[in-house]
Design a protein around this ligand. Structure first.
Ligand code: PD2
Ligand code: ZN
Length: 277
């Protein structure tokens, strides 16, 4: 258990920093540098941001899974999906049976010959480059480029109440043994010089759906270090998480743990604020 607690003085200091226009991530770093534990600092920041800004991304709300009636199953137009686990903050929902075995195998077969060493977006320029934090190989489908992509995209849109047009094309990643994806946020840092280029195409990312296309023989969980959550990669399962603001107080830091044995295949869908062209 932590011995640190959020004091009124700390709250006042955070409020002053935010009102002076400091970035949430810089306030978080300053708190950690002066000895505050990351979890305590995140909790203090989160409470303050909710007071100042509320918790919705904008007039259209957020991609979300409707759980107000605590369903064990979600009946989507073309498939019934199991709700396996949920977390409120950050909003995380783990789903079983989101894809059939045939759909998983179909995506792998279509992606296989198009894989290249994964690149990540370079925030300075808006371009992309190979990055040692991400040792998988990957590719992007165009949105709607095959009947299979179209079917899965329509299912995702129904699941998260967000139009197909606001989603990026599906990304497929393959991790070989030892490959991993170090913890990162999926939103774009709006303060980086390349941000305006990236954000001009559909605005911010608001939510992520990672779908597992196989079950590795060992390792490969999707991890959320700020909340100590690990989601096991099981073929056909999926994990949804959302981030109403592009800052670390959303606690959506997440990574792909090293694959211990066998391969790991995932498909990722990112949902944007506006139409993504
Ligand atoms: O493969 C994963 O588990 C994973 C982890 C973190 C995928 C992504 N991020 C991603 O595609 O953004
Ligand atoms: Zn990610």
């Amino acid at each position: 258990m932590s011995s640190q607690t959020v004091t009124p003085e700390l709250r006042d200091w955070i409020r002053e920093q935010l009102q002076a226009g400091c970035r949430t991530d810089d306030v978080l770093q300053a708190m950690q540098a002066s000895g505050w534990e990351r979890a305590i600092a995140l909790a203090a920041l989160q409470g303050m941001l909710q007071d100042v800004e509320g918790d919705e991304a904008g007039p259209d709300g957020m991609p979300h899974i409707e759980l107000s009636t605590a369903p064990n199953r979600l009946v989507l137009p073309d498939r019934t999906v199991d709700v396996l686990a949920t977390l409120a903050l950050p909003r995380v929902v783990v789903l079983g049976g989101f894809l059939s075995d045939e759909e998983c195998d179909g995506l792998v077969a279509l992606a296989n010959s198009r894989l290249a060493r994964s690149e990540t977006v370079v925030a300075d320029t808006g371009g992309s480059e190979v990055n040692s934090a991400r040792t998988s190989e990957g590719m992007f489908f165009e949105r709607g480029e095959s009947a299979l992509c179209e079917r899965i995209e329509a299912r995702i849109a129904a699941l998260v109440h967000w139009p197909v047009s606001h989603g990026e094309g599906l990304q497929v990643l393959r991790y070989r043994p030892g490959a991993q994806y170090l913890p990162h946020h999926d939103y774009f840092d709006p303060h980086q010089p390349g941000a305006s280029t990236i954000l001009s195409r559909g605005g911010q990312r608001l939510a992520t759906l990672v779908m597992y296309l196989n079950t590795p023989d060992g390792g490969g969980a999707t991890t959320f270090p700020d909340v100590g959550l690990e989601v096991a990669p099981i073929k056909g399962h999926a994990v949804f998480f959302s981030y109403p603001r592009p800052d670390a107080a959303t606690r959506t830091l997440h990574g792909g743990a090293p694959v211990q044995a066998g391969e790991k295949w995932v498909a990722t869908k990112w949902l944007r604020q506006r139409e993504f062209r």
